[in-house]
Write a protein of this length. Sequence first.
Length: 492
Amino acid sequence: MTMMTGEQYIESLRKLNTRVYMFGEKIENWVDHPMIRPSINCVAMTYELAHKPEYADLMTATSHITGETVNRFTNIHQNTEDLKKKVKMQRLLGQKTASCFQRCVGMDALNAEYSTTYEIDEKYGTNYHENFKKYLIMMQKEDLVADGAMTDPKGDRSRAPHGQDDADLFLRIVERREDGIVVRGAKCHQTGSINSHWHLVMPTISMGPDDKDYAISFACPSDADGIYMIYGRQSCDTRKLEDDSDIDVGNSRFGGQEALVVFDDVFVPNEYIFMNGEYDFAGMLVERFAGFHRQSYGGCKVGVGDVVIGAAALAAEYNGVEKASAVKDKLIEMTHLNETLYSCGLACSTEGYKTASGGYFIDLLLANVCKQNITRFPYEIVRLAEDLAGGMMVTLPAQKDFHSDLKVGKNGETIGDVCNKYFVGNGKCSTEDRARVMRLLENLCLGTAAVGYRTESMHGAGSPQAQRIMIQRQGNIEGKKELAKDIARITK
Ligand code: SF4
Ligand code: FE
């Protein structure tokens, strides 16, 4: 067993030469950067919990290739139990971090690649699956993180990859060599890219014969020559750079991360190539990765939702209104919505099936319904949380004001005295605890964590319209018409 601890994972990042830029400057020690470190702590939690006996069943699995115990984030799902445990693990991590813990994109990419490479080889006699298995064994043995990199910049969305004015707007092959390929382009909004040891790159849409140079999939180290990353900023992110601000940050230990990843003529050796021009399989890989990630949201967003609901309930309690029936009813509604999302995550897992490779895939229709609900319910849960919290979550003075000794009152009261007097709640909680829960809610609803809980709920794993297209394809309207005809005794 070679599973890393959280601390070992953090130390493993220090060995990488990943190029990171933020605010127009190169960040040398990005592992300890106050804006980046919370996102690293979040990934570290996927390692920490794997060593706790009470979570071993969810957090670990037995590799179907080596028979060794591995972190579930590197596992290939072998049955529907594995699929369900994946969702439960993600809910647990959402609860423990109240944030996007980033490692699922790699897990979903590994699983999508596993089955797709098998089917490409079946059709074309290529050797991608064996290559991929070797890569997978290395990822399992060394317990590494991969960034599942899918989203290209896309430029003019009405045009295909080969039809763009700038050919680099979809990642492409610029040179084919005996020993590999050279690629150029970028991947946008890459979750956890800086915190990943490897990048597992996939095409972003279905492709045609003219897009052959864009129909590529491969793995490469995150610090490969030619790769660099430009950090994506989040609402209220610079609070993490201030002194005496841990309460103001709202969640000072954990956070998400997205970056623009640029591939500036990166060489990829043959052994790490898993698709090279088989454009007719680009759609399958996209559909499988997106399908897995739409399932994932039925776990991670639910776990974060649990924290939102808990924080809203605490805010109501500290305000002294927890017994009001309207408050109870809002908490019931939030719970109902959150558990509906969880039901979708479990349902698409329970109805999963075995692919030709032996790896299991989710029920695609139910996974798309899951994600479609995710584009809506967290917004309603946040609306109700803001309703319960009251305006204080966005008007509270800074932590430095609560701690200020500056005398401002006629009787010598300090700014701190005044803040503590007027922001008092039910008298049973400290003003500081009340501020902590309000700031946590602000973080989840409007701050750095809102990237993961709100906008990512909308656009992550594909925007709402992408799911509606899949729901239309999978919905079997013709079959339903037959049902209606049968009942109505229509014979034609
Ligand atoms: Fe995992 Fe959710 Fe973050 Fe995706 S959005 S990487 S599923 S925590
Ligand atoms: Fe995501």
